[in-house]
Write a new protein. Structure first.
Length: 121
């Protein structure tokens, strides 16, 4: 994975004023989306559950960025930032794996199944 500073230099992350209210709202949305994903897990295709669970994780990561004065235009940058907050490499790699699966679904017509290892009930 690239370093967070790479994304700053490339302009995929911008500095802004820390925004506690936006951070709280994004985190709240993240938790609500995660609960929604859990409710879907037994009734809809796994790809829709994964997309929502991934978005929940990304919103939570972005809430940390807002709190500390950043705006990310890159999902990968949001994941990498978690390393600065004490997340370990394995967890970040799993998050990035979900990003790649989600991108395959969203942009390349791919599918996924429960065996992909997400949102265990």
């Amino acid at each position: 994975m690239k370093e967070f500073e790479f994304f700053l230099k490339k302009g995929e992350v911008k500095r802004q004023s820390p925004d506690k209210n936006l951070s709280i709202a994004a985190f709240k949305d993240s938790m609500e989306r995660l609960e929604f994903s859990r409710s879907l897990s037994k009734t809809v295709k796994p790809k829709f559950v994964l997309e929502n669970a991934y978005e929940s994780m990304r919103e939570a990561a972005d809430s940390l960025l807002y709190l500390e004065g950043y705006k990310s235009f890159s999902h990968e940058a949001s994941i990498v930032y978690l390393g600065k907050k004490g997340f370990n490499g394995h967890d970040m790699a799993e998050f990035d794996r979900f990003r790649r699966i989600r991108n395959g679904i969203k942009y390349y017509g791919k599918d996924c199944d429960k065996a992909e290892g997400f949102l265990e009930s």
